[in-house]
Design a protein around this ligand. Structure first.
Ligand SMILES: [Cu+2]
Length: 478
């Protein structure tokens, strides 16, 4: 990534305008508007957009969701490929998502088309909801551009209400900034608006609705916006994650935008574990992870096991080398991006997750009484005649919930998933929500398919020991 100041941007814009002098006195310089967005938008009826050589980008189907298998070492291969639309090869993987790299118009501008619409979205097997997204997907596709591009982004509104799009972190003319009522008229249902601006920086940015944000962001109208530097060293893997939180009451089918604290579905690229695809990485690959957070209320400390990373950028740009530091956890504040880079030098299956423990739970009932340490058998016996199948949860913590559901001992409400996890190679993985597995494998590695669980070398797995074995090291087990 390169560092690009606002002054650089003004300079580049001035060059585009034919070399008008830019300096302190440049505030009066006209914005680099070389087109008439109002006239352009007026000329485009929503139904004629496809004919205007703009891609229709609704995917035919979302990537398949399959629950993990439990057998150790058993290969579990499913496609992790990210659907891409555009003229250029994409460089960023968006697990469980898609990418738009733009179509080049005759005048050299890169053309994108986003359609805001209602989407039936699967957070994980067994949990779907009616959300709002772009191009048939929650969240919208990752827009990829290159520093120096001129982008022309058509936004069609197929919602029943007005919307706008804000290009979060991107330098642009104020009138392209997408704040309904302030920067532009809201895009009415059925209308298509045109956003056009030069891209004069590189880094990790986002886009999201900026009209009735509370409702529209809560329902999913967000996406990542990645700008690659025109030149510079790159990494072997470049992966984008949008973090988000939702309230989907068990048995309901629409996220509740009024939630302020009791979120119960925590997602990476709009999937909750076990619905998240693992990230497959080649041994010793240089890897870049880009985290965006458009959760309504919460920050997320994202933690990777087995490695450390360096925090190299935010939505404000690249961090100078002298200001970088190593971490295993990066705090991604809401409304921010954080870009980290690391070397995948340790083979294995590594957890990556939000470290807020409630954020690695699925649809946890926060009204749950504290049953830890309580023997609930008598309670179960007295309630079961009234509610067959009733079982008090939580006397040993929450780890039993998912496995009880999986074994059929316990039902979950309609359209909900267990509070935790999925079967892993050694038993139950007691994590849900904002969790995924990072799988580092010897090269060459097929990063588009799940390689299954790691085959640990002999003697490298933690194990139970006898009192006799412990005694050899002077550890007395009585
Ligand atoms: Cu979190």
């Amino acid at each position: 990534m390169s560092t690009y100041t606002r002054r650089d941007w003004m300079k580049a814009s001035a060059v585009a305008l034919g070399g008008a002098a830019v300096g302190r006195a440049s505030r009066a310089t006209p914005l680099p508007v070389t087109w008439d967005p109002v006239a352009a938008a007026d000329s485009i009826a929503a139904d004629s957009v496809a004919a205007a050589n703009v891609a229709a980008t609704t995917p035919d189907s979302l990537p398949a969701l399959a629950p993990p298998t439990s057998a150790p070492g058993q290969a579990r291969r499913r496609s992790l490929a990210t659907p891409v639309d555009g003229d250029r090869p994409n460089r960023v993987d968006t697990p469980n998502g898609s990418a738009l790299t733009g179509r080049q118009a005759d005048d050299g501008a890169w053309v994108y088309h986003l359609t805001a619409e209602e989407v039936e979205h699967a957070f994980a097997p067994g949990l779907t909801a009616t959300c709002w997204g772009y191009n048939g997907q929650v969240h919208g596709p990752t827009l990829e551009a290159v520093e120096g591009d001129r982008v022309r982004i058509y936004v069609t509104n197929r919602l029943g209400v007005a919307t706008t799009v804000h290009w979060h972190g991107v330098f642009l003319p104020s009138g392209m900034d997408g704040v309904g009522g302030l920067s532009q008229a809201p895009i009415a249902p059925g209308e298509t608006f045109l956003y056009e601006f030069p891209i004069t920086q590189s880094g990790t940015f986002m886009y999201h609705s900026h009209h009735d944000e509370m409702t529209q962001i809560a329902l999913g109208l967000t996406g990542m916006f990645v700008v690659h530097p025109r030149r510079g060293a790159d990494v072997d893997r470049d992966v984008a994650f949008m973090l988000h939180e939702w309230l989907v009451e068990p048995g309901t089918s629409r996220p509740d935008p009024n939630a302020m604290s009791d979120f119960n579905v925590l997602t990476m690229n709009a999937r909750a574990f076990p619905g998240t695809d693992p990230i497959v990485v080649g041994h010793n690959d240089r890897v870049r992870f880009r985290f965006g957070n458009l959760s309504p209320m919460d920050h997320h400390p994202i933690h990777l096991h087995g490695h450390y990373w360096t925090i190299v950028g935010t939505d404000g740009g690249a961090i100078p080398a002298a200001g970088r530091w190593p971490e295993t956890t990066v705090l991604v504040p809401t409304g921010s991006t954080r870009t980290v880079e690391w070397t995948a030098d340790a083979l294995g299956d590594w957890a990556m997750h939000c470290h807020m423990t409630h954020h690695v739970m699925n649809q946890m009932g926060h009204g749950t009484p504290n049953m830890v340490g309580v023997d609930a058998r008598a309670l179960d016996r007295s309630v079961q005649p009234l509610a067959p199948g009733y079982m008090a949860m939580g006397e040993n913590g929450m780890d039993e919930h998912g496995s009880h559901v999986e074994q059929g001992h316990m039902p979950v409400p309609e359209n909900s998933i267990p509070m935790v996890g999925a079967a892993g190679p050694f038993g139950y993985i007691t994590m849900g929500g904002m969790y995924t597995n990072v799988k580092v494998r010897p090269k060459p590695v097929d990063v588009t398919a799940d390689p299954g669980w790691y085959d640990h070398p002999a003697g490298t797995v933690a194990r139970a020991v006898s009192a006799e074995q412990a005694a050899r090291d002077g550890v007395r087990l009585t």
